[in-house]
Design a protein around this ligand. Structure first.
Ligand SMILES: *Cc1c(COP(=O)(O)O)cnc(C)c1O
Length: 458
């Protein structure tokens, strides 16, 4: 008999989960204005709101916390992190920052100015925010297959090079400070980018003399997908794939709350000493002195260890397999999910699942509330609520896809937790045609409304 796969770690410390009843949850979600962001964490049984900063640290990482050097300048923790960053990514220069958006703030303060264009594959929302805040434009050049939940493409995060070329030719290279590649493509559903696509992108960027920056929050999961799916990489190690990936970039930004398995942290790394010197000024202004940049010494230590653990092949395979396991279980329960499955989350097609709920009544939010009430599972709506109103006409925007995202924290939940989540959706599936009404908005902020919106049942 072939032995089954197991997670390459075991539990040493446990955190209790507060098991509530459907009746308690129905009251709590009503009090929360039917907004899952307003719930207290002890009102949630399985929290799949995000994979950001929610991972479980290892005993090595917790030991490193005790070894932190809190010196203002030149701490040994800084040198430990610098050596890990260089060893893993190959970049010689690096700046610590407190999280991913801080890396964007520092680097874009230097590089992006009013009227600029930053093309790439789907930009993450804070990334887009930091570009638009500087009165520049982020243009999405992701391949069309990304928008089709059932299209079977192994690298749905890829850049469409013809779209990109049109953007460059139309606007001229002078307006484009850099091209931004996000690995994995979070907004398209944690979908990977192939090495072939990255190499061709690098060639195109070089031919126009435009720098290439990688938004690298899930670079290790991207490398694992390349190993599993791309011809010629079956026998490469993850660290070889990661090195090759970053050899194609001029600089990277990192939210360490994802693939580096820490609760807070980030960094910028780059090839050019000149870029490093210039970015250092903004780092000192916004984050802190260049040898800590918004992080405690102990947190830099934990991050250095997390970078190694997050790029371990056995861990990455078990990580992707857990996401895949949940996706397959949901499919068996009759739920339509985005395929192929992404690296950090499963996306449920809510309009396909709750067919009777009209689009204006927010089917994905309705499904999120059903899943919470049924089993205390907290996901997040990626649909019309999140898409907000058109800034000019103030009309509700209806994106092509109305999705419920179930993001899986790293090393936190077991297979039985995944079985539980699938059972919750199987139960909803049995009665889904009786769910005919959704929700309407009673309170909303002028922007980013999904965080604070108040709803009531139609
Ligand atoms: C999370 C994330 C960011 C922002 O990072 P924070 O640590 O949340 O500030 C940027 N880009 C991508 C792709 C992300 O997933």
């Amino acid at each position: 008999m072939k032995l089954p796969y197991i997670e390459p770690y075991k539990t040493k410390v446990v955190e209790p989960v507060n098991l509530s009843t459907p009746k308690e949850r129905a009251a709590w979600i009503r009090e929360a204005g039917y907004n899952l962001f307003n719930l207290r964490s002890d009102q949630v049984i399985i929290d799949l709101l995000t994979d950001s900063g929610t991972g479980a640290m290892s005993d090595t990482q917790w030991s490193e916390i005790m070894l932190g050097d809190e010196s203002y300048a030149g701490a040994s923790s800084y040198y430990k992190l610098k050596s890990a960053v260089t060893d893993i990514t190959g970049f010689e220069f690096f700046l610590p920052v407190h999280q991913g958006r801080a890396a964007e703030n520092v680097l874009f303060s230097l590089l992006v100015k009013e009227g600029d264009i930053v093309p790439g594959n789907s930009h993450f929302d804070t990334t887009k925010g930091h570009i638009e805040f500087r009165k520049a434009l982020a243009i999405d050049c992701t391949i069309d297959e990304a928008g089709d939940t059932s299209a079977n493409h192994p690298f749905k995060g890829n850049v469409d090079l013809r779209k990109l070329e049109r953007v460059i030719d139309k606007n001229g290279t002078g307006k484009i400070p850099f091209i931004l590649l996000t690995i994995t493509n979070n907004t398209a559903g944690g979908q990977p980018v192939s090495m072939k696509n990255m190499r061709e992108l690098k060639e195109m960027a070089d031919s126009y003399g435009i720098p290439l920056v990688f938004d690298s929050a899930r670079f290790a999961e991207n490398a694992a997908f390349i190993k599993m799916r791309e011809k010629g990489y079956e026998n490469s190690s993850i660290s070889e794939i990661v090195r090759e990936t970053f050899s194609l970039a001029d600089a990277m930004t990192m939210s360490s709350k994802k693939d580096a398995i820490v609760n807070m942290g980030g960094f910028i790394a780059m090839k050019s000493e000149e870029l490093y010197n210039k970015a250092s000024i903004f780092n000192i202004m916004f984050e802190g002195y260049i040898t800590y940049g918004g992080m405690s010494g102990r947190d830099m230590n934990a991050l250095a260890a997390g970078l190694y653990e997050g790029t371990e092949e056995r861990y990455l395979i078990s990580r992707l397999r857990q996401v895949e396991y949940l996706g397959s279980k949901l499919k068996e329960a009759g739920v339509t999910v985005q395929e192929p499955f992404g690296g950090h989350a499963i996306f449920i097609d809510a309009t396909g699942f709750l067919r009777e709920v009209p689009r204006e009544q927010f089917p994905a939010q309705t499904l999120a509330i059903e899943a919470y009430t049924e089993g205390g599972v907290r996901g997040v709506e990626i649909g019309a609520l999140l898409a907000d109103r058109d800034p000019v006409t103030r009309k509700n925007r209806y994106p092509k896809l109305e999705l419920l995202r179930l993001a899986i924290p790293r090393r936190v939940y077991s297979s039985s937790h995944m079985d539980y989540v699938a059972a919750v959706f199987a139960n909803i599936s049995e009665r889904r045609d009786s769910i005919k009404k959704g929700f309407r908005i009673v309170k909303e902020a002028p922007i980013m409304r999904h965080f604070t919106v108040g709803l009531e049942r139609v």
